[in-house]
Design a protein around this ligand. Structure first.
Ligand SMILES: [Zn+2]
Length: 169
């Protein structure tokens, strides 16, 4: 998939490679390395997200090392998102639910394969309001997104943290 709309000249300094931190239980039979390329791709995608309450979040469903779908947070409501909102006011797409929906509907992924897929979630933020660069921010899925992740039995969820690491659950 080609990501369009990036203006190279406006792009901030690239973020450094991110390190890995484990949390939660692990399944030893599964691949236990996160994909730096997926993180880099999501970080670039998040740079183009129109921030909602300063949140710029991008997510991807990854199956067998390949990105199946992308999702971002955006100011549009949808019944799928409403089903997985953390409350009744939470009607705008979250990156995680958007990526899962796009895998199913846009890219026609069999729900069975979602259970063998991983979800990556990257949030970027400016270290200060005057800053032109970005750093990673905490992208731990909210309660509603966790319900969606559980419903589709997604394998692992990797997300960026305020400590500039990627955590896995
Ligand atoms: Zn959420």
């Amino acid at each position: 998939m080609v990501i369009t709309g990036h203006n190279i000249t406006e792009k901030a300094e690239p973020l450094p490679a991110i390190s890995m931190k484990w949390g939660g239980s692990l399944f030893p039979y599964m691949k236990n390395t996160m994909d730096q390329n997926v993180v880099d791709t999501l970080r670039r995608l998040a740079e183009d997200v129109i921030p909602i309450q300063s949140a710029r979040i991008a997510a991807a469903v990854v199956f067998d090392g390949e990105i199946i779908s992308f999702g971002t947070n955006h100011l549009r409501s949808h019944p799928f998102q409403a089903k997985y909102g953390k409350n009744e006011q939470s009607i705008f797409w979250h990156a995680e639910t958007n990526a899962i929906y796009n895998a199913l509907k846009r890219n026609k992924m069999d729900p069975l394969f979602l259970s063998f897929s991983d979800l990556y979630v990257v949030r970027i933020k400016r270290p200060s309001c005057r800053s032109k660069s970005f750093i990673y921010g905490l992208a731990a899925p909210c309660e509603g997104c966790r319900r969606c992740i559980n419903d589709f039995k997604i394998g692992r969820t990797y997300f960026s943290t305020d400590e500039q690491t990627i955590e896995c659950r």
